[in-house]
Design a protein around this ligand. Structure first.
Ligand code: SF4
Length: 385
């Protein structure tokens, strides 16, 4: 606990030239059984209280860090940010605009769910500085959506995708595979239909049973292996012009998520809101994942930190290598050695020796996972750590 406290004490975003911001809005209409993110069903007044809490938290970070550089990326996620009504969105926008400056080319992403996305969201975001919307589609199949406990059906998802396509905003869809009873044919149908809406970005997730989710204790039957779904999607999306730039992420026209890349290359990430996780200079922190506790802390003038960890050098370079290997660009030798030392780079490369060549794409300058390597990444991580 002492080292956690020390890590939290030393945590500061001062002296940086670049910064990404994550805002966690921890509200959902209903909890999905596979989800382990912190979110609650909002009671009356709680969303407004949370927005006030965010305002207070930003002031506390500014007091701690002094000058904060312009934001290179902003991601407003959750939870379900589209649960905020127009007034609440205007409030959030005005508090972010008042507190931060933005790079001219800043990427601003908002997460949306089909059952609560409204025309006013799209108008407001288009008039503000939102550059991309990430829609939680998961599936277009009504039975699969019901099983996942989602509040939308295939029709609702299609309507939201059509509204996004008409809005002119860039957008992405989250989809899930390896669902109970799912067939490759059904997976193909969902992918093909989603792509017809013209988005340049997709995130694909294997249904995993995360600790802390309802399904972790009582998993649903009927799942097999995610491997064939994933392998098929790699082939299909490549044939449609998509570049797999990360294990779960595919983009065309270079529309990758710069915010997510900041996370994988360990750029400084200020994260605010209950249950949010941030990172800066080999220090990781987590906010209190309880709305009441979070609000109490910030109201009393304390940063709402519940966990803080200063990564020891060995841990820092291993985690950095693992995160870099998630991306298509992999580990850039020169940059990695400059940041963590030549010995660290050699340790990483040694750990990967002996694995089959076909798992990697190696040049003089970098080492990355091949498409095949991405399919077996979990086995590589185990050996690696
Ligand atoms: S999966 Fe998304 S909508 Fe479902 S509970 Fe989690 S954050 Fe909320």
């Amino acid at each position: 606990m002492a080292s956690e406290d020390a890590a939290s004490e030393a945590l500061s975003f001062s002296g940086l030239s670049t910064l990404s911001l994550y805002v966690h809005l921890p509200f959902c209409r209903r909890k999905c059984p596979y989800c382990a993110f912190y979110s609650v069903v909002p009671r009356r007044g709680e969303i407004d209280a949370c927005l006030e809490g965010l305002r207070n938290e930003i002031v506390l970070w500014k007091d701690r860090s002094g000058f904060l550089p312009p934001l290179r990326s902003l991601y407003i996620g959750g939870g379900t940010p589209t649960l905020l009504d127009r007034r609440q969105w205007e409030l959030l926008i005005s508090l972010l605009e008042g507190a931060f400056s933005f790079d001219r080319t800043a990427e601003v992403t908002v997460e949306a769910n089909p059952e609560s996305l409204r025309a006013f969201h799209l108008r407001l975001w288009g008039e503000w500085r939102v550059t991309r919307v990430s829609l939680g589609v998961q599936s277009l199949d009504d039975d699969e959506l019901r099983l996942l406990g989602r509040l939308h059906d295939g029709r609702g998802a299609r309507e939201s995708l059509a509204a996004l396509a008409a809005s002119g905003l860039a957008f992405s869809a989250d989809l899930m595979f390896n669902l109970p009873g799912q067939t490759l044919k059904g997976w193909h149908r969902t992918l093909r239909e989603v792509l017809a809406f013209g988005m340049d970005h997709l995130s694909l997730y294997d249904l995993t049973l995360e600790e802390g989710s309802a399904w972790a204790d009582s998993p649903p039957g009927g799942r097999t292996s995610g491997y064939p779904f994933y392998r098929w999607a790699q082939w299909y999306l490549a044939s449609r012009g998509f570049f797999q730039y990360e294990i779960a992420s595919f983009a065309r026209n270079r529309r990758w998520s710069r915010h997510n890349l900041a996370y994988w290359i360990r750029s400084p990430l200020l994260a605010i809101g209950p249950g949010a996780w941030g990172f800066c200079r080999e220090r990781r922190y987590g906010n209190v994942d309880d709305l009441g506790g979070y609000l109490g802390e910030v109201a009393e003038g304390r940063l709402p930190l519940s966990a803080g960890e200063c990564l020891l050098p060995e841990r820092a370079f291993r985690e950095a290598a693992l995160l870099a290997l998630r991306t298509a660009w992999g580990i850039p030798f020169r940059l990695f050695a400059r940041r963590y030392g030549k010995a660290a780079l050699e340790t990483v490369l040694d750990a990967l020796k002996g694995l089959p060549d076909g798992l990697f794409a190696v040049t003089d300058e970098s080492l990355a996972l091949s498409a095949k390597g991405m399919r077996v990444a979990n086995a590589i991580w185990e050996r690696f750590l």
